[in-house]
Design a protein around this ligand. Structure first.
Ligand code: SF4
Ligand code: SF4
Length: 114
């Protein structure tokens, strides 16, 4: 086979049927504003933790809604709960509460549990 110095990226599909959205549902039931996020990224732009690390609340919220929870489980503890993101959110998402509920959900549903 000829090699051209590049490779084709692996397919990247989101399988909503196979993914478990239990973490996102746990949050939505208790904090309905979680549903109205438009993924603008203002929260990440102002984030205290994000200023010093690759932590992105916008990314973590998107992943939870897709049911791709493992990266969120690893990173959600990095939030310092300062609340700056809540102040700037144009949709009025109570992001601080979203983080708090996400932490509760990951305690309630251990890794690999549905
Ligand atoms: S600032 Fe609000 S609307 Fe924008 S990504 Fe963050 S939570 Fe979503
Ligand atoms: S509460 Fe957490 S996610 Fe929001 S700005 Fe502060 S450190 Fe970032």
């Amino acid at each position: 086979m000829d090699r051209f110095g590049f490779s084709i990226s692996k397919g990247r599909q989101i399988d909503y049927d196979a993914n478990s959205r239990h973490i996102a549902e746990f949050i939505s039931e208790r904090e309905p504003s979680f549903r109205v996020c438009i993924e603008c990224g203002c929260c990440s732009a102002t984030c205290t933790t994000g200023n010093f690390t690759s932590f992105s609340l916008r990314e973590l919220q998107i992943l939870m809604k897709r049911g791709e929870n493992e990266k969120v489980r690893e990173n959600i503890k990095k939030c310092m709960l300062c609340g700056k993101c809540t102040l700037v959110c144009p949709r009025g998402v109570n992001t601080r509460n979203v983080v708090t509920l996400a932490r509760q959900a990951f305690q309630k549903f251990p890794a690999n549990a549905v």
